[in-house]
Design a protein around this ligand. Structure first.
Ligand SMILES: [Zn+2]
Length: 622
């Protein structure tokens, strides 16, 4: 025997299974309240015909368990969610969870959308009013209740089982640390109900991190196809096409000729033909047969009188080449995820710029710094030469292999990595013109591995007079690159906290400079210097992206899983070192302008290269 779900069994009077679905119910009963609606009054499916199939999948008559909607703005998507909720309250009461990115979003939803919508429908208003305990985030009615929650409230998401749920604006959800993905918590609550439904909808954000895009990709991927009013034949299924931005054409700065151009006959279709096209449209699955149902719709389908093609064309022109505005346009109008390209640099581009130095240290170099990254079983380091205005010359990138926790190995035949580091950082670097140069400052990361933090402190403290310092990265976005060092509490050694985000921004900006001069980054082609394909892969592996954490926008540096970003970290520390030294370039240039003493000059060179980028083979592997 079939048992009714818990709440229906306990609270509700027995009622027959409703014969109508969500779309039919909306047409009969839904009233759009005057507040917050662009077309108040009775709901008409003819206005947004594409929502009908979505609402049908949200109905008990459909077997779909998860329905996903990736969308642009002003197409009525959130109203389809409201219809789903009100339909359940009115016809099949039970437990319902509505999750917004934050608690305050949930309060706003309740106040501005839900409460007025309930009050506009007589049968719902009268039943809700009699109940005590109705608040902004909880609505109890005969046979059930609705909980409105923020994705950042794990307790609300993890309590009672629920029959149906809506996860709205899921690309703005943050991850609840230690509690798992909010979406997983919601799914766990739905698991006890065999006929449960989960409706996820959102405007997408970044392709790499977008929740809604990931869900849509793992669905049957339905897109809404329409027919051209000029060349279609009613019985012909061939003529259907998707309304895409590429098909919208206009004269820049003049928007009265905005038209949709039919991909078949090429005729320009005026916007007033849109209602006819929408009415005759149909959803077509691009990945048919997948168990999850997915819908994708851009604002180009926005009904007449809401958001026009004309307004969209104008927005597109206004965005110009500004990546931030283009991202907003792509996400909110096209309903597509944004692929971040602005902050990434191709490995090929950098590898092509590798050049032959005439000596290990070119004549332009006026100061040398060193950065050290501490791993469990090795030190990684980079030696950088600096010319006027922080034009940078990569000199040496390498590793010292061995355990890093002990300063002294106790074995003179196998000196510790730290002893080897002493030798390395004290060695002479011979400039092209014969000048002998030494490393002026060394920055060593103390924050990488817990076990080595004290080792680093104990190494740097007695060497501070040689300008050997411990550093620690801070991802606090507003922190400047160089900060005044503090004395740590363990052994009172100097500790520099580096504003890593800003440093990475600066380094990426400089890597894009393609003319020798201030800020330019040179890399030597000499294989012994260590600037291999792997080095460049590590240097450019991170990307600056925007993420929503608990509903708030946050810029962050994103590193692909398993990527080795030590080359970038080392550049960050070297940049901190040169900023700390704050060299007086005029004085240094004068000092090195004098010819070097004859006895210190190296043997005459046999070849002199004209320095220019020559590139390296990207297939080098070690
Ligand atoms: Zn046509």
């Amino acid at each position: 025997m079939d048992k009714p779900p818990f709440f229906e069994g306990v609270f509700s009077v027995l009622r027959p299974r409703p014969l109508i679905d969500v779309a039919e119910w909306a047409e009969r009963k839904r009233i759009l309240p005057a507040s917050g609606s662009s077309s108040p009054g009775p709901w008409r499916n003819s206005r947004t015909p594409y929502l009908v199939e979505i609402m049908k999948e949200l109905s008990p008559q459909s077997k779909a368990k998860e329905i996903v909607f990736i969308k642009g703005s002003q197409i009525g998507a959130t109203e389809s969610a409201t219809n789903f909720l009100l339909y359940r309250m009115d016809t099949l009461p039970g437990s319902f969870l509505y999750v917004m990115p934050t608690e305050s979003d949930a309060m706003k939803l309740s106040k501005q959308r839900l409460t007025p919508s309930i009050e506009a429908i007589e049968s719902l208003r009268s039943r809700l009013q009699k109940r005590i305990g109705n608040s902004l985030t909880e609505k109890v009615f005969p046979g059930g209740y609705v909980v409105l929650s923020g994705s950042n409230s794990p307790s609300a998401l993890a309590s009672l089982p629920i029959g149906n749920a809506i996860c709205d604006e899921i690309d703005r959800y943050g991850v609840i640390l230690g509690e798992g993905d909010p979406l997983e918590l919601v799914r766990a609550r739905l698991a006890t109900f065999p006929n449960s439904k989960l409706f996820c909808l959102s405007t997408p954000t970044l392709e790499e991190t977008s929740n809604i895009w990931r869900l849509y990709k793992e669905s049957d991927q339905r897109v809404y196809m329409v027919q051209c009013p000029y060349c279609n034949h009613a019985s012909d299924n061939e003529g259907y096409f998707e309304i895409k931005m590429e098909l919208i054409q206009w004269t820049k700065g003049k928007y009265d000729d905005v038209m949709l151009h039919c991909p078949h006959c090429g005729v320009g279709i005026e916007e007033h033909k849109k209602p006819q096209m929408l009415a005759g449209g149909k959803w077509v699955a691009q990945n048919p047969g997948h168990w999850r149902v997915g819908f994708s719709l851009s604002s180009l389908y926005s009904p007449l009188g809401w958001l026009s093609w004309r307004a969209i064309a104008r927005k597109f022109d206004e965005a110009g080449n500004d990546p931030e505005r283009l991202q907003t346009f792509t996400n909110t109008i096209l309903g597509l995820p944004w692929k971040e390209t602005g902050e990434s640099i191709s490995q090929e581009y950098l590898a092509r710029r590798v050049e032959k130095y005439n000596a290990q240290v070119p004549n332009e170099v006026l100061q040398i710094t060193m950065a050290v990254d501490v791993q469990k079983t090795r030190l990684e380091y980079e030696v950088c030469g600096w010319a006027r205005d922080e034009e940078c010359y990569g000199i040496e990138y390498g590793r010292i292999e061995g355990p890093t926790t002990e300063l002294d190995s106790g074995d003179p035949d196998f000196p510790s990595v730290w002893k080897q580091l002493d030798d390395l950082r004290r060695k002479d670097f011979i400039r092209e013109d014969g000048y002998v140069m030494r490393i002026s400052c060394v920055m060593i990361d103390s924050g990488g591995i817990d076990a080595t933090t004290d080792t680093v402190y104990n190494y740097t403290l007695p060497r501070e007079r040689e300008r050997v310092f411990a550093i620690k990265g801070s991802s606090q976005a507003s922190r400047p690159i160089l900060n005044k060092p503090s004395r740590n509490t363990r052994n009172r050694c100097a500790l520099f906290v580096i504003g890593v985000d800003r440093a990475k921004e600066l380094i990426y900006a400089r890597l894009k400079i393609d003319e020798f001069g201030p800020g330019y980054c040179h890399f030597p082609s000499d294989g012994a210097a260590g600037y291999t394909a792997q080095y460049f892969a590590g240097l450019i592996c991170e990307r600056r992206m925007i993420k929503y954490v608990n509903g708030y926008k946050k810029l962050f540096w994103w590193k692909p899983r398993d990527a080795r970003n030590e080359p970038l970290d080392l550049r960050v520390y070297n940049t901190n070192a040169v900023k700390f030294l704050n060299p007086n370039w005029d004085v240094l240039e004068k000092r090195y302008a004098k010819p070097v003493k004859v006895d210190a000059a190296p043997a005459a060179k046999t070849t002199t290269y004209t320095r220019r980028p020559e590139g390296i083979d990207l297939n080098i592997t070690i």
